[in-house]
Design a protein around this ligand. Structure first.
Ligand SMILES: C[S@@+](CC[C@H](N)C(=O)[O-])C[C@H]1O[C@@H](n2cnc3c(N)ncnc32)[C@H](O)[C@@H]1O
Length: 267
């Protein structure tokens, strides 16, 4: 199936988000430039020492996490569908004197644009929901990993995407693993909800945990762990409360908000 209309719409929206995000408290670019690390405790703990590793960062937005890994000594390549995001990422890389590279392409087309293989493929928070199918995504990840290489994903939990957040209180209306795209139009972005300068128009797809694991194992990866957490490092869902350790959680903690998966390509 051809998803050109959906990808073009999403690219246009992400292009508009870049300047708004770069000016937002959420991304706090000035503090980042002064040395703040944008990485969160889940990925820092899971990845350990990345010094000297070749890392491919999928859907890197305007590069804060890519450049945070670069500051930790990884040799990084970030990719994103948004040309505005990649342009800002490159300019931050230059300004900060780092050695990351950035490529603008659809995550499903990475192997047409990059032939290098990596020690680590990394992707995080708000990524797989932009993809209609996970099989080609998993195949590309396997192609881009060296034998023995690690894939790590930390992502919002599929249960959290079953809700329509335009309704107050949010209503559970979307299928856990529904095949049809979900189209939404709303004012603002997660990083600046009040910003009326942008109408976000987005196509998204829900993927259950079974689909994620099956796509990766069928592509030749072995899952090392799959963890589900009821605390999110980002305050992106309505009604979350700050926890003692600086994370965000539902008061009832009824379901997980985040999952992380680490897998290895056989060596
Ligand atoms: C929520 S952001 C990723 C979050 C990232 N961890 C951050 O906060 O910087 C999602 C990113 O996916 C990118 N994206 C969406 N669809 C894509 C696609 N098909 N191929 C590549 N990138 C895509 C968007 O441009 C955006 O930069």
């Amino acid at each position: 199936m051809d998803y050109k209309k959906e990808f073009d719409t999403n690219r246009e929206t992400w292009n508009k988000k870049v300047a708004i995000h770069a000016a937002s408290d959420f991304y706090n670019l000035e503090n980042f430039k002064s040395g703040d690390d944008s990485l969160k405790s889940y990925e820092i703990k899971a990845m350990g020492d990345v010094n000297g590793k070749r890392m491919l960062h999928l859907q890197c937005h305007f590069g804060q996490d890519t450049l945070s890994w670069a500051r930790r000594g990884a040799k990084c390549t970030g990719i994103d569908i948004s040309d505005e995001a990649i342009q800002l990422a490159r300019s931050l890389n230059r300004e900060l004197g780092l050695d990351a590279e950035f490529v603008c392409c659809n995550v499903l087309d990475v192997s047409d644009n990059i032939s290098e293989t990596f020690d680590i493929v990394f992707t995080s928070y708000g990524v797989i929901g932009w993809l209609p199918e996970l099989k080609p995504w998993a195949k590309m990840i396997s192609e881009r990993l060296k034998p023995g290489g690690i894939f790590y994903l930390v992502e919002f939990h599929p249960i959290a995407w079953m809700f329509d957040y335009q309704q107050h209180p949010p209503k559970m209306i979307y299928g856990y693993q529904q095949k049809e795209a979900i189209y939404e139009e709303y004012e603002g972005t997660y990083a600046d909800e009040e910003n009326s300068a942008i109408i976000s128009k987005e196509y998204g797809w829900n993927h259950g945990l079974g689909e994620v694991v099956t796509a990766l194992t069928q592509a030749g990866l072995t899952v090392e762990f799959l963890r589900e957490h009821d605390e999110s490092p980002y305050d992106v869902f309505p009604g979350l409360e700050k926890t003692d350790n600086g994370m965000f959680a539902r008061e009832d903690r009824l379901f997980p908000l985040v999952f992380e998966l680490k897998a290895k390509k056989s060596g």
